[in-house]
Design a protein around this ligand. Structure first.
Ligand SMILES: [Fe+2]
Length: 384
């Protein structure tokens, strides 16, 4: 017999200017020598400046340090280097700062600090992972929601595929959601990361596991995104829209405790094989994935449509799905995400490799309907 498992445990500090609390919160968690894990692009920005000011001046005797070598689709070496930097400076906690990649590396580096010889490919063991050093997660994009996740996605050296390191101990001790840290995110990245959050909400809601609490969170996340994402895309300094997107992204990730579906299985190989941004990959596959599911499970998107503000409660199943999918297609087009894979360099001769990885990807195992290799091929062809 299997039981449902409900948990929403991450303390979250939200609000414009919340970053000013960082030094106090570090001390409260006994982080007196934190390591900031981020990427090379972010350290040149005003966002990073705001974080360092919140930590206090960096002088000769500074008590915080920076590792900024994280790659866009992080690899094992990023985690090893961050852990080495942590040890070199005698750190006692991690501040994971940035988009999904630095957040994932920051969370995972603590595993290697505890066990330097950890074999990532054999992470799924029954070992005791209690006692990891504390982590404060601070997202600077509104998409992956990795700040509230209990997993890190790292590309393995051996297989060149993304592996999901999953353990409740990976959770951050505190999440700081400060919309001011996201105002400089360019429109294209705002759109792509926001589309990732939207995909999380839609796929988690339609995933068939029993989790009414996540379902409610996913639907409210959709309502927030539908209103806030076009505003944040059009006007980057709309603080209310930025704030709602940050919260909605965290909600999407909380909701996908339930798991995800076919769209994420289509998207993951597009990143590992073609180097495509994860949010963009989801955006380009979302409508095709929804059509695929609706054709096999009519009515599946009625409540998604309702959360989008559509009058679909009294429609037939087919109408409700059609109206919802048309809305999502138009919504993505309005934020510049209606291009095709071929326009982003994906080639037809990559199809076999894409299909093979998509079949192996775990996300579609919890899709609302089964997905075969032929289905994946047709779905890729649909958006190529
Ligand atoms: Fe995602």
């Amino acid at each position: 017999m299997s039981f449902a498992n409900f948990s929403f445990p991450t303390p979250t500090l939200y609000g414009p200017g919340a970053i000013s609390e960082l030094a106090t919160r570090c001390k409260r968690l006994s982080m007196l020598r934190p390591l900031v894990v981020t990427d090379g692009g972010l350290v040149k920005t005003a966002t990073f400046q705001a974080v360092t000011e919140a930590l206090g001046a960096a002088g000769k005797d500074r008590d915080w340090f920076v590792y900024s070598g994280v790659h866009p689709n992080p690899v094992e070496q990023d985690v090893r280097d961050a852990a080495q930097c942590y040890r070199d400076h005698g750190c006692d906690g991690v501040i994971a700062l940035g988009g999904g990649s630095p957040l994932d590396v920051g969370k995972a580096a603590r595993l290697l600090v505890k066990r330097p010889k950890l074999d990532f490919a054999r992470f799924y063991d029954e070992s005791d992972w209690s006692g990891l050093s504390p982590c404060i997660a601070i997202p600077t994009t509104a998409g992956t929601g990795s700040e509230v996740g209990r997993s890190s996605v790292i590309t393995l050296d051996t297989t060149h595929r993304k592996a999901v390191l999953f353990h409740p101990e990976l959770l951050a001790k505190l999440v700081i959601l400060d919309p001011q840290l996201t105002v400089s995110l360019p429109p294209k990245l705002t759109a792509a990361t926001g589309a990732d959050a939207l995909t999380h909400c839609i796929e988690s809601f339609t995933c068939p596991q029993f989790h009414p609490m996540c379902d409610g969170i996913a639907l409210e996340g959709i309502r927030l995104i539908v209103d806030a994402l076009p505003r944040a895309y059009a006007k980057g300094d709309d603080i209310e829209a930025r704030g709602h997107m940050l919260v909605a992204a965290a909600m999407g990730a909380v909701a996908f405790q339930k798991d995800l579906g076919v769209v994420h299985s289509l998207a993951h190989p597009l990143s590992t094989i073609c180097g495509m941004h994860h949010g963009l990959a989801n955006a380009l596959c979302l409508v095709a994935g929804m059509k695929f599911c609706a054709a096999r499970k009519p009515g599946i998107y009625r409540r998604v449509g309702s959360a989008c503000g559509l009058e679909v409660l009294k429609c037939s199943d087919a109408d409700a799905d059609q109206k919802t999918i048309a809305f999502v297609a138009d919504f993505l087009a309005r934020i510049g995400l209606n291009t095709r894979l071929g326009g982003h360099g994906v080639k037809r001769d990559q199809l076999d490799a894409l299909v093979a990885q998509a079949v192996d990807d775990p996300c579609h195992k919890t899709n609302v309907v089964p997905v075969s290799a032929d289905d994946f091929r047709n779905l890729y062809l649909d958006v190529l």
